[in-house]
Design a protein. Structure first.
Length: 89
């Protein structure tokens, strides 16, 4: 099982949300664009989830920030960027 937190505004393809079990949702006010971020804590049992997530992420935000997601399973921690998945023990 994977668990992590994703900023909804970082998602280009929202179909990835169908692969999540939402644990909680928070609204964060920022000093950037977008002005508010929707933070979704989640779990997922979806096969190859990190790869699917990397395909769903936006390349960058309007402010030029690079979006990423930090997730983990029982063995690995993953850093997921657009079209890139890195993991370690």
């Amino acid at each position: 099982m994977y668990s992590g937190l994703i900023i909804k505004e970082s998602i280009m393809n929202e179909q990835i949300l169908d692969k999540l079990d939402v644990v909680s949702v928070e609204l964060w006010k920022t000093d950037n664009k977008p002005k508010y971020w929707t933070a979704i804590s989640f779990t997922s049992n979806y096969e190859d989830f990190p790869k699917h997530l990397s395909n769903a992420l936006a390349l960058s935000s309007e402010s030029g920030m690079v979006w990423y997601v930090d997730i983990k399973d029982t063995v690995y921690k993953y850093i997921v960027l657009k079209d890139i998945v890195a993991n370690n023990i």
